[in-house]
Design a protein around this ligand. Structure first.
Ligand code: NAD
Length: 353
């Protein structure tokens, strides 16, 4: 299997280097025959190719089996006419990666004020409030007159049905509990469509318990009792915000793995950004990137029915648990190791399994 690996900006090269070592080790151990193809995007590509991402890169990704995208300095990329394209948006839209799966769980040795929890946010990835991806051409934010702006939110039955289906399918492998998050009291039409689609899909899964919360109240509920939730499904921006919160509640944003999946392609991508405040200091937590890689292997295993890929994902997750239990981790989750040392120890553990 060919996997394109793009380190990205800021802490990306540091965490991607660990991720690459982990994938090489698991490939050797379980005979996965992974071919890791290094590519560039973000600032490196802007300097070299005049654009943060290119059609040539997309073509390479399309003939590979998966992509792991490092964090991007998205805030720096403001003008698409100058090649400053948001790489996350580019791949999510061009590869139709509509489901952003963002798990968050606590570990006994990671300091947190929460009760133990294990949940997953299923976020729609291709429309909603995201002005850069919800229209065919141009941008859905309009400067009406100086000082007056309008931002449009697109919600479609097609996208709501497919994200609901992803969430209910996932819930069947978990605790069979789905929570719908919306703002139907204000966004009556668009979140009405979202809720109607979820209700339609729910009928196909009668054994799943369904409840729903208004997004603002959800913030309080998830901070108060995150253990009450299992699979949460929501629209794009609500899911983006909620999943950063749940990752941080689990101990650190640096633990937040994520997968962007469509019907044909998938992309592992850590939930966090390029973290310029700690970049280049060997401080970044590599577990979000490692978990994202494990999620991609699991997706490949399910899609192509390859038990050794499913086994690989399981082993990586087990080593993650062991490493955290042994506190062989970075400072953000109470450890004392650098990114590279955390990675080195992780690979040693993986080899010894
Ligand atoms: P951020 O996620 O980069 O950082 C937020 C906080 O979390 C910082 O204190 C950072 O040090 C910490 N953090 C993040 N990842 C960590 C890790 N692996 N280990 C330890 N601590 C970690 O958010 P930001 O600072 O607001 O954004 C920086 C840049 O990243 C901006 O350009 C933003 O647009 C971009 N961004 C990109 C993505 C993405 O590529 N998916 C996501 C979010 C933000």
């Amino acid at each position: 299997m060919k996997i394109v690996m793009i380190p990205g900006d800021g802490i990306g090269p540091e965490t991607m280097s660990v991720c690459t070592n982990v994938l090489e080790t698991i490939s050797e151990k379980l005979h996965l025959d992974l071919e890791l193809i290094p590519e560039i995007a973000g600032h490196d590509s802007l300097k070299k190719n005049g654009a943060t991402v290119t059609e040539e890169l997309l073509a390479k990704v399309k003939v590979s089996d998966g992509l792991i995208l490092g964090p991007m300095a998205t805030y720096d990329f403001k003008d698409e006419t100058k090649g400053e394209i948001n790489p996350s948006k580019f791949f999510r839209k061009k590869l139709d990666l509509y489901a952003n799966i963002r798990p968050a769980r606590t570990y006994p040795k990671v300091p947190t004020r929460m009760n133990p929890f294990n949940l997953v946010v299923v976020r729609e990835n291709t429309e909603g409030f995201y002005a850069d991806r919800n229209v065919e051409s141009g941008n859905s934010e309009i400067l009406v007159t100086p000082g007056v702006g309008i931002s449009l939110r697109r919600i479609t039955r097609e996208c709501c049905l497919r994200i609901a289906k992803s969430a209910f399918e996932l819930a069947m492998t978990r605790k069979k509990h789905v929570t719908l998050v919306h703002k139907h009291n204000v966004l009556k039409i668009t979140d009405g469509i979202f809720l109607d689609c979820c209700a339609e899909v729910a009928k196909l899964y009668p054994e799943i318990r369904v409840d729903d919360f208004i997004v603002d109240a959800m913030m309080a509920h998830v901070v108060r009792n995150p253990e009450n939730f299992d699979t949460i499904v929501t629209t794009n921006m609500f899911g983006d915000i909620l999943s950063d919160l749940t990752a941080e509640l689990s101990g650190s944003l640096g633990l937040g793995g994520s997968l962007n999946a469509g019907d044909r392609y998938a992309m592992g991508q850590a939930a966090h950004g390029s973290a310029p405040d700690i970049a280049g200091q060997d401080l970044a937590n590599p577990f979000s990137m490692i978990t994202s890689a494990s999620m991609l292997l699991n997706w490949l295993g399910q899609k192509h029915q390859l038990p050794q890929y499913l086994q690989a994902a399981k082993l990586i997750d087990q080593v993650t648990e062991q490493a955290i239990e042994a506190q062989e981790v970075t400072k953000d989750i109470g450890g004392q190791f650098s990114t590279s040392e955390t990675g080195k120890r992780f690979v040693q553990r993986l080899r010894a399994m």
